[in-house]
Design a protein around this ligand. Structure first.
Ligand code: GLU
Length: 511
């Protein structure tokens, strides 16, 4: 990894237009890893200059998502810092000043064309582009007499400020992932930088001004922003900020798990996986979209899964903690082609992380599942069950319930319709279970060691193999943990009562 020469300052700059897409989470994560590994800083900026797309609650949602994931910002909205305010809607004066500068220097101009007028031109000319070839035939401060343009502005006519792009200039975007990307300025149109209607800059102007003022050294963002980068380079030039222009890194797209194309919310709905970090309730429609948190993912598993979508450490190591990722991540080794969103792999990561998480840390989540099923149990018992059962190939804590219900509810019915019961309950079984019950009555304390010793001694002398039938008594079928652990958990009274009921139902009841 080569060490960047300047102080590393990166930013994650979402627009609050809804819940944060999982691709945005990966972008933030890569920024975080890059900042941490270079002893740099990560800024959280809210790009809310498009007031028509503002969604209430989105900003809070994004902050909460990163809190859950453990991605920490050094500066920004809700975190403070020396370069604030960090919400673009609170920086209007700053943008106005820079917009003025471009106008005064003749690098931008005011355009009065109405949407209807522009529509007419688009209909007349195929692939119409507002640029060096066409701007002279439009209604703007370059074509109108100066007094008229001034009068229009003074009268409150609506206008936009456009960037005056000089044709036929070579532009090079230095991208840490893609190498040098060359573009000729003639393909670009005179982008709108500012709109008088809401007195706000567009994304392009605000983004560049802020990256400059916030001393951003590296712009790490999704591939969908690559087409904007040449324009951004020209803006840096226009302001004379080339020397402090950040390096770019455009991350590969996240692709559908199956087939081609960009991962979308519909893929998640269709295949049954979340595309948002947290559950989101659309304030306008009330529609609820699932989230990784509510679906039972551990934050560390989500981080590990996302980190490897578009980058890998170059060896077979897959389980990487956040610290290990900070150590190994290399932005220059990110892939250029899209990364398939293998959500099944995400579930695998969760299984791996469940098994590595202490029982006590998982117990509250299982306690919540138990409560949903009407069970209230002391936390140490919940924890004990998690400990006995979490290795059973589950990917989510909620999958424990059908595997574990018998710990808390004695079997409702005993039936030979169950294959395991039929196979293990023979004519002599009731007698054997009676002998076993009599033996267990004297075990004290009723713990795993004593149980093992008592039962082993008996089976050695008698040759009886009681475990499967005993399991039938305590569970009602062929599932569950080690029998001694189960009996010890249930305690003597419950163990004996389940055995009695099973004997009744399966042998004596039938007679
Ligand atoms: N506001 C843009 C977004 O929503 C930021 C793009 C950038 O990072 O420059 O992703």
């Amino acid at each position: 990894m080569t060490q960047p020469a300047r102080k590393v300052r990166v930013r994650f700059a979402p627009s609050p237009t809804g819940p944060l897409h999982i691709g945005g989470v990966r972008t933030a994560l890569y920024n975080y890893l890059f900042a941490r590994q270079h002893g740099g800083e990560l800024v959280f900026r809210i790009e809310d200059t498009d007031s028509t797309r503002f969604v209430p609650g989105a900003e809070e949602y994004i902050i909460e998502a990163f809190r859950w994931l453990g991605i920490e910002f050094d500066e920004g909205v809700s975190f403070g810092g020396a370069h604030g305010p960090y919400r673009q809607s609170e920086r209007r004066d700053i943008y106005r000043r820079y917009m003025r500068q471009l106008l005064d220097e003749g690098k931008a101009y005011i355009a009065f064309d109405t949407p209807e007028e522009l529509e007419v031109r688009r209909k007349e000319t195929e692939n119409f582009q507002y640029d060096a070839h066409t701007r002279n035939s439009m209604r703007n401060s370059l074509t109108l007499p100066a007094e008229e343009a001034e009068r229009l502005v003074a009268e409150g006519a609506q206008y936009v400020v456009r960037f005056k792009i000089e044709p036929d200039q070579d532009i090079t975007v230095h991208d840490l992932i893609r190498g040098d990307v060359h573009v000729n300025s003639s393909v670009l149109d005179d982008k709108v930088l500012y709109k008088s209607a809401d007195d706000l800059p567009t994304y392009h102007l605000a983004n560049i001004v802020d990256d400059h003022l916030m001393q951003i050294s590296h712009v790490i963002r999704g591939e969908e922003w690559l087409p904007s980068a040449p324009l951004h380079v020209l803006l840096y030039r226009a302001f004379g900020w080339e020397d402090s222009m950040p390096a770019f890194a455009h991350l590969p797209l996240l692709l559908k798990p199956d087939g081609k194309g960009k991962l979308s919310k519909r893929d998640g709905d269709r295949l049954g996986f979340p595309v948002f970090p947290l559950e989101w309730k659309d304030p306008a429609t009330g529609a609820v979209s699932s989230g990784y948190r509510e679906s039972g993912y551990l934050p560390a598993a989500v981080i590990n899964f996302l980190a490897l979508l578009g980058w890998n450490p170059g060896d077979d190591e897959e389980i990487l903690s956040l610290e290990a990722l900070v150590d190994k991540f290399d932005i220059t080794k990110c892939s250029r082609s899209g990364a398939k969103f293998d959500y099944v792999k995400g579930q695998w990561f969760n299984r791996e992380y469940l098994q590595r998480t202490p029982d006590a840390a998982l117990a509250p989540a299982f306690d919540a599942v138990l409560r949903e099923n009407g069970i209230e149990a002391p936390m140490e018992r919940v924890e004990a069950v998690v400990g006995m059962m979490k290795m059973k190939k589950i990917s989510f804590i909620r999958e424990l319930w059908p595997l574990c219900d018998f710990f808390f509810i004695s079997p409702q019915t005993y039936t030979t319709e169950d294959k395991f019961v039929r196979k293990n309950w023979k004519a002599e079984t009731a007698g054997e279970m009676r002998t076993l019950a009599a033996l267990l009555k004297d075990v004290s304390p009723f713990d795993v060691e004593n149980l093992r010793q008592a039962v082993d001694t008996w089976t050695e002398t008698s040759g009886v193999k009681p475990w499967n039938a005993w399991r039938v008594c305590l569970v009602g079928t062929g599932k569950g943990p080690d029998m001694y652990e189960l009996a010890a958990f249930l305690g003597k009274a419950e163990t004996l009562s389940r055995m009695e009921r099973a004997i009744q139902a399966l042998s004596e009841g039938q007679a």
